[in-house]
Ligand binder design. Sequence first.
Ligand SMILES: [Fe+2]
Length: 331
Amino acid sequence: MLKRIKRHQVRVGMYVTDIEDPLRDEATPVRSFMIKDEAAAAKVRASNIISLVIDIRRGVDIGAGAVQAPAKDASSTLSRDFSQSEIKQALQTIEETRPLLDALFSDVRLSGTATFEPADRAVGQIAKAMESNPAALIGITRLKTKDEYTFLHSIAVSALMVHFGRFLKFDEQTVRVLGVSGLLHDIGKMVMPDALLSKKSALTDEEMAEIRTHPVRGYELLSRQDDMPQIVLDVCLHHHERIDGKGYPFGLSDKQISPSARIAAICDVYDAMTSARSYKRAWTPAETLRMMQKSEGHFDRHLLTQFNASLRASFSPVPPNRRSNSARAVQ
Ligand SMILES: [Fe+2]
């Protein structure tokens, strides 16, 4: 049985299956571990970790006062913030992109190639929906089931990159390419075994290393296409790099990382953290942005501030009876 605890509640003998740490790459599973001694417990207490999920069948429980993992009901939040027709419209956009993405992903699995044209058409649908009601589409994509995670994460990152690119006043052609970059950023995972990506138990060092090859594998298959824009290749290869040089696959730092890859890193982590998983609740957008801002060295700070502003500009919470088309709440 899994139980969420706060970091100050950690003690020796607990078996940890997940951590909520703003510094961690949310798309990569945590390796389970045992808190073996007081030094390990003290290290957790002094860390940036917000909370931990422990398995009380495999380790000690906390006793009275433990905090159960509260599953925030994102679907009820959606129906509070959006009308039925807004939700229907956002769902329709997702369904319209589904055949394009299904075909694209199966091409990647079968032949190891990904073509630009269907991805660009899918982004056309997403970009149009982000013009009329960005918050509804982003809100819907937060409701990810295990089976749909990759599909909806790709759409969400694409939509966020379109939105952020427009906020930064990029021309519409660049915005569209950023959208395709978001859609294809994790394409390297399509050629990895499902069993590895969905593995619940602890990953070995070799398995972790293999997951971390997905940017390079994605880059290799995208670069087989002559018409793939440089921005798409760059985002695919560098979206897990960090400003402080602690990212992967190359440990690039600061100016070595392009603005497009910095934008992608922000949108990728933001969507992963605001999405519910089977073992963790979804963080609210406000909580997520706070944690990302506290995550020293991870993101481009200036861009992160701008990203925050881009969300506030379109998604600021306004009471339903005073909402206009341009101001919709997603929290
Ligand atoms: Fe990734």
